[in-house]
Design a protein around this ligand. Structure first.
Ligand SMILES: [Zn+2]
Length: 264
């Protein structure tokens, strides 16, 4: 029985593999590392009391792993994104957010923020998971195709080639574009995070809903620059690396803002 359930879990994992997970491992670590650089000493101390001293970046991908493992988190794939109809204005976007079920990126982010703000009501294990999810979901919230279109599943259905290798638009933005830059996560965090505090404060203006709408608008730009079957290479990188890097930086700084609001 045990072997059978393991096999089923493995199958579930393999099937899931077709669908992209959000920023790949490096992307999520970059976001967590940038955030860590902007935590107050008190926030760092409070966070260490929950998860210990290992860097946030180490845990940033945990929610992608448990999707296919821990029994209680098996059906959490939908927590990582929210797909929309096209061309929503801000009011329509907010209505869509509010009417959505509680099993998506927006609602789960609100839930884990609430859990961490009221953490004395939760066990240490629950606090740990909530923290891992917050670090991860704020990353996903800044991969624009996690706030993409319903009709192509956030770009998963748009098949493209990246330097001759078959992939899809969603995966390209999760993984290949980040990896193409050939930085480690600490190097990438360092080269992106050099601005003065006024610049950074500008990027962290607004609230979660503003940030999600921002990503949704960026996703429209990504969609307009590509079509199914495109063969992409250097030029695509050249034209999109600025957006990619801005999204990673925004995610890191905004995560730090949330964590400092919760823990400082
Ligand atoms: Zn994810």
């Amino acid at each position: 029985m045990k072997i059978l359930s393991k096999l089923i879990l493995m199958l579930f994992f393999l099937l899931n593999f077709n669908f992209a997970f959000g920023w790949g491992k490096t992307g999520h670590r970059i976001v967590a590392e940038i955030a860590y650089r902007h935590l107050t000493e008190n926030s760092k101390k409070q966070i260490a009391e929950i998860i210990g001293n290992q860097p946030l970046a180490y845990w940033a991908n945990y929610p992608d792993f448990i999707k296919s493992d821990l029994e209680s988190y098996k059906n959490t794939s939908s927590w990582h994104y929210l797909d929309f109809p096209e061309n929503l204005n801000r009011n329509q976007f907010d209505d869509f957010l509010n009417q959505s079920t509680d099993r998506n990126l927006y609602k789960r982010t609100l839930t884990v923020i609430d859990q961490l703000k009221n953490r004395e009501g939760y066990s240490n294990d629950e606090q740990i998971v909530a923290l891992y999810f917050l670090v991860h979901l704020i990353g996903d919230a800044h991969q624009p195709l996690h706030l993409g279109r319903e009709k192509d599943m956030g770009g998963n259905k748009i098949k493209v080639k990246w330097f001759g290798q078959p992939t899809n638009l969603h995966s390209l933005w999760d993984d290949e574009l980040v990896d193409f830059q050939k930085y480690s996560y600490t190097e990438y965090a360092a080269v992106l995070d050099f601005h003065d505090s006024d610049f950074n404060r500008n990027l962290t203006d607004g609230n979660l809903e503003d940030w999600l709408f921002d990503s949704y608008q960026e996703s429209a730009k990504i969609y307009s620059g590509v079509k199914d079957g495109d063969e992409l290479k250097y030029r695509y990188d050249y034209e999109h690396v600025e957006l990619l890097e801005r999204q990673l930086l925004k995610a890191g700084l905004r995560l730090a803002k949330l964590l400092n609001e919760i823990f400082d």
